[in-house]
Ligand binder design. Structure first.
Ligand SMILES: [Zn+2]
Ligand SMILES: [Zn+2]
Length: 277
């Protein structure tokens, strides 16, 4: 398997470590491909995204490393961009980057300029559930997957980030059971949109490294459906420090093999290519 990771966060957003430290760690681990995917700015006060004023520095820093390490490792400039209903900006087309991971992390209320977290702490998750949905988890999940589908339809990101991140605080079924028919229907709906647009689903191990869950996003049964539909996949670790660049890759690969995948997508020579797992 070609070692690659296109979902990483360095000190330009909420990750730890300079971009160079990620490149050096990637080389030491035998990586062939490394992509930086800092959180693009959002129009709210936030600790975890890049400030608008940092974008140019970020793009320049990655471009310089790309040149410096040419021939040793392929480096790509990416962004993890938030989608939320009511965003007045054109953030998906504003920046010239090699690839975009589209993610839904929150619901926004532009009238009071605040956002309600989906993938934050358990307390934040509960606040979103109570404040916006009166405790109705089905409505919450429906709104989440509708936002994911709208993002894919409108902006066609190359990759959809941590597809079922809504399970992050669910433990063994604290908020909902993934077996419930209504949840399965939501997944079928979003997978149909993903299939129609050729979006890559990442098998993201970040929730494990950060101690929230024991399995990658998305759940195994969802991966199985992806396989049946012929949806392209890619292993990432959503690394927030250089040490986590290949965290739990073995598990992600094992899960993909389990459902019948023998290939993943990787950017190589600036083109998305199928490579052996
Ligand atoms: Zn994310
Ligand atoms: Zn991320």
């Amino acid at each position: 398997m070609i070692l690659a990771n296109l979902h990483t966060h360095c000190h330009f957003c909420d990750g730890a470590g300079e971009p160079r430290a990620f490149v050096e760690a990637a080389l030491a681990k035998g990586f062939k491909v490394l992509g930086f995917s800092s959180h693009a700015p959002i129009p709210f006060a936030s600790e975890w995204t890049m400030a608008e004023g940092r974008m140019d520095d970020y793009l320049r820093a990655v471009a310089a490393l790309k040149e410096e390490y040419r021939g040793k490792i392929e480096i790509y400039t990416g962004l993890e961009i938030d989608y939320f209903e009511g965003d007045p900006r054109n953030v998906f087309t504003d920046y010239s980057v090699d690839y975009i991971i589209g993610s839904v992390h929150f619901f926004a209320d532009m009238s009071n300029r605040r956002y309600y977290s989906i993938d934050g702490t358990d307390a934040e998750f509960r606040e979103t559930l109570e404040t916006l949905f009166g405790g109705d988890m089905q409505r919450f999940a429906d709104a989440y997957y509708r936002q994911v589908a709208a993002m894919i339809t409108k902006h066609r990101p190359s990759v959809v980030g941590h597809l079922d991140v809504i399970k992050k605080n669910n433990g063994t079924g604290k908020y909902f059971a993934e077996e419930e028919a209504w949840y399965r229907q939501l997944i079928d709906g979003v997978l149909a949109v993903i299939k129609a647009h050729g979006t890559i689903v990442e098998v993201n191990t970040g929730g494990i490294s950060r101690g929230y869950i024991q399995e990658p996003y998305p759940s195994l049964w969802i991966l199985k459906k992806c396989r049946q539909l012929g949806i392209p996949v890619m292993i990432t670790s959503d690394a927030h420090c250089p040490e986590h660049l290949d965290a739990h890759f073995d598990l992600a690969r094992e899960r993909l093999k389990e459902v019948g995948y023998d290939e993943q997508y990787v950017l190589q020579g600036s083109i998305w290519r199928r490579t052996a797992l």
